[in-house]
Design a protein around this ligand. Sequence first.
Ligand SMILES: O=C(O)CCC(=O)C(=O)O
Ligand SMILES: [Fe+2]
Length: 389
Amino acid sequence: MAYPEEEHPRLLLHNFLSVQECKELEYIHKSNCTVGYRPNVFSTTLSHLIATNCAHLIMPFVPIRERLKEKVEEFFGCEYELFVEFTGLISWSRGSTIGWHSDDNRPYLKQRDFAAVCYLNNYGDDFKGGLFHFQDGDLTTIVPSSGDVVIYTADSRNTHSVDEITDGERLTMALWFSRDAAHDEDAKLISLLSQTPLRDNGPELWLPLPASSNMYWFSPEQASSHDQLGFDICCARLHVLGYDVVYSEDKISCSNISELQMEKLRLARGDELFDYEFVNILHALQVVQFYRWKASDLKSSKVEDSNKVVLLLQSQREKSLCLKSLFLKDPHLAESVFSAESAKHSNWDHFTVAVAMWEDYAHRLHKELVMCLPHWKTHQSIFHVFDDK
Ligand SMILES: O=C(O)CCC(=O)C(=O)O
Ligand SMILES: [Fe+2]
């Protein structure tokens, strides 16, 4: 039966995204996410990337969004009719869940016609729980597997739910599509990009700039006051990977998180201080996550002795601990939300290579963005312009 007569129009596509695409989106999410719209959920939106001086990080999304839109249009028989309404990376940590719903079930969501949920990591290996269920019809349970995509109509023919995540972090990219041009995400993003200075080539154009500190503050559901419990998610992600933050300036006191987030810092592991200054905590987090993403390539990279490691002084250690207590009021909570990952840090020499590779990566994406933007503005649409990637 062809759509629209079908009772439950939906499709599961295996390996629609490559392993590399999934890993790159994971890198972007784990270094840029903010607290999400539901308890224990974190999200990364494209407008947030633009707002934090990381507009270049929308580049990896561009060909994927395009392929997904084409697939959805083809399957539902509405070629050239759809707009991407929203794109988001979403991670579901322990305790998160969503009950039976359809994706257009609120007055402000009525413009949503179709959904595509892309799975970026694996049930069982990366998280426990988190199975997806359709309430009726065929294909009722989907076991998330990296690279797979489920597409379905956003209406009540596809009522669905997600089981509670009981361990680990479940990572997805969700897109919604609309026939209504007034809800075109591209137009909104192009307008934001047009207001962002991008033209020159200096690193200040692609070094991240943290958003307001409350966007990175995770509060457990039961906490009555914002400051009492919880943790800063950037610091928590560094912590679960075994990195401590050491601020460069002596004058820094353990007081104001929003000011600290903008300060220069270094990273330490145990009593080793990596003598390289990051411009702020997001910069450090991006490089650390990049190092993890590229770990296997780095193993075979030729390393010159970097001499960048010095012994952490006692005074620096004390300061670092004091700051940690400010950023992580509850380290155990942070470890349970981001599931203390086994530290994969192999050595600082490879890390030094990663710092340089990260810069090349950001710079390359920035140049691509600057080349694409005039085309996007002309067509009022975000599309893959160059094929020589
Ligand atoms: O992550 C999933 O599998 C589905 C998420 C979902 O239903 C939603 O965000 O509306
Ligand atoms: Fe949903």
